[in-house]
Design a protein around this ligand. Structure first.
Ligand code: NAD
Ligand code: ZN
Length: 240
């Protein structure tokens, strides 16, 4: 493992263009549960069935309760050593881009600048009918949160299971992915599409692939280097 880390650090710090793809696992050590981990459940509900447009249509109160609970959790969470290591990497590498599937805002809080949020941001809310969109950090949001412009119900500005990503944001991510020398994949199971497909697009375009994950992921078979362990322990060693 030691040699593997040395080798990876050498490769990383000598690149001109690095792209990082992060997932829920990078925030696990900050106390934010992943969706597929052992505590990937909220009360008695399956999160992958709750974070959907169907659930919101059927029971907006239940879905807002879930998001208010997550907002409470995330508001208390601190960035961990893995988030901080990515800030160091951004400072060291001239062409750096961080693509995240996370909605928790912890990369920004840590100090990363060039961030692409594929799945939105939990602190932003938008109208279900018109183009109203704003940042709102109240916890909990009074229910029902209503649009000041058209009085329709407001929803979290996040991408739910079964929804399309913002095409402009996805295009931006693909552009970075296609031109990157190295893709560093951290804490993602590589099961949520189209985010996971970015890894395969990078591979097709000749990128060198490095994974940091406590367990094997769907993308492990195509990795050039897989580092097994906690992101908060491995990433700091990669940017010393
Ligand atoms: P996932 O829950 O499917 O997978 C988490 C991955 O992280 C797993 O492969 C697991 O082995 C790994 N992992 C767990 N702890 C780790 C650690 N300490 N160090 C390194 N790896 C660790 O997450 P996903 O692939 O991001 O997909 C879930 C979807 O739900 C995404 O859209 C994600 O944005 C969203 N989500 C976001 C948050 C958040 O914003 N923090 C939390 C839960 C889910
Ligand atoms: Zn509106």
């Amino acid at each position: 493992m030691y040699n593997e880390i040395e080798k990876t650090r050498e490769i990383l710090l000598n690149t001109k263009k690095l792209t990082v793809l992060s997932g829920a696992g990078i925030s696990a050590e900050s106390g934010i549960p992943t969706f597929r981990g052992a505590d990937g459940l909220w009360q008695k509900y399956n999160v992958t069935q709750l974070a959907t447009p169907e659930a919101f249509k059927k029971d907006p109160k239940l879905v807002w309760d879930f998001y208010n609970w997550r907002r409470g959790l995330i508001s208390k969470a601190k960035c961990n050593l893995a988030h901080k290591a990515l800030v160091k990497l951004e400072q060291k590498i001239s062409d750096f881009c961080l693509i995240t599937q996370n909605i928790d805002d912890l990369h920004r809080k840590a100090g990363n600048k060039n961030i692409i949020e594929l799945h939105g941001n939990i602190w932003w809310i938008r109208c279900t009918k018109c183009d109203f969109l704003k940042e709102d950090r109240r916890i909990p949001l009074p229910f029902p949160p209503l649009c000041p412009k058209c009085q329709s119900l407001l929803r979290p500005h996040v991408v739910w299971f079964g929804e399309a990503l913002d095409p402009d944001i996805l295009a931006l991510a693909i552009k970075e992915i296609k031109t990157t020398e190295i893709l560093l994949v951290v804490g993602t199971s590589a099961t949520v599409q189209p985010a996971a497909s970015l890894i395969w697009i990078a591979k097709e375009n000749g990128a060198f692939l490095i994974e940091v994950n406590s367990e094997p992921s769907e993308a492990t078979p195509i990795m050039d280097i897989s580092l097994r362990g906690k992101a908060g322990e491995i990433l700091p060693q990669l940017c010393e």
